[in-house]
Write a protein that binds this ligand. Structure first.
Ligand code: ADP
Ligand code: MG
Length: 207
């Protein structure tokens, strides 16, 4: 893992988010206030703008800088929560571990930090319904050597988590004001998170 791979991944995430812009916008219009796509695109732009400054830096420094940037530039609950995820990841970085283990432990730390910050857990119709199962599966699979196998599994886990948000009610965030009316709509944050994870998995699968 190096700065080039991290920024390439962010670029692939941006491409996928841009391709699914209308869908994400509609999901947050249905059960939120419609700004989720704007928040995500703004965050991606702000982090990609740091590419030159951060080229050649260590991953922990990169995650810390982009987390801080997102914290200060992106609005909405998703801004603060995604920044918390990245800052948590930065704290756990350990270059003595294999990339697979390193990513699994970093991601797990980041997701735990997000859970605390947003006082939320699985089953509340948020992006955590994607991020928690992905984090758990990454830990379970971190002894595997076949990274393509891991990426294919994680891609499925993320998709399953995203689809799971469709038919449950929200107990956190703006969608929680809707009660049963939130049912039938996928959570926008779950969809954007799943697209981001899918984009990263596809880099590994297609390498
Ligand atoms: P806002 O809700 O402030 O308008 P966004 O529209 O950018 O912010 O983000 C909404 C998304 O944030 C939701 O779809 C949900 O996935 C996520 N979210 C909201 N509250 C929480 C929380 N407490 N923990 C985790 N994710 C949350
Ligand atoms: Mg919103």
């Amino acid at each position: 893992m190096d700065s080039e791979l991290i920024f390439y991944s962010l670029n692939q995430i941006k491409t996928s988010i841009d391709q699914n812009k209308e869908e994400i916008e509609k999901l947050d219009q249905a059960i939120g206030d419609g700004d989720h796509i704007f928040n995500i695109q703004r965050g991606l732009k702000a982090t990609l703008d740091l590419k030159n400054e951060l080229t050649g830096k260590n991953p922990d420094e990169i995650f810390k800088k982009i987390g801080t940037k997102i914290m200060t530039t992106v609005g909405g609950s998703s801004g603060a929560l995604l920044a918390t995820l990245l800052l948590g990841m930065a704290k756990k970085y350990d270059d003595k571990l294999s990339d697979t283990k390193n990513i699994a432990y970093m991601f797990s730390e980041g997701v735990e930090a997000m859970k605390k910050r947003g006082k939320a857990d699985i089953g509340e119709k948020t992006m955590l319904d994607v991020l928690i199962p992905v984090s758990e599966d990454l830990i379970k699979l971190s002894n595997e050597n076949d990274s393509v196998f891991i990426a294919k599994k994680i891609k499925q886990t993320a998709e399953k988590g995203m689809l799971y948000t469709k038919n449950i009610v929200a107990t956190k965030g703006r969608a929680s004001f809707l009660g049963d009316r939130a049912k039938g709509h996928i959570d926008p944050g779950a969809r954007s998170s799943q697209l981001a994870i899918e984009a990263i998995c596809n880099i590994i699968i297609n390498a």
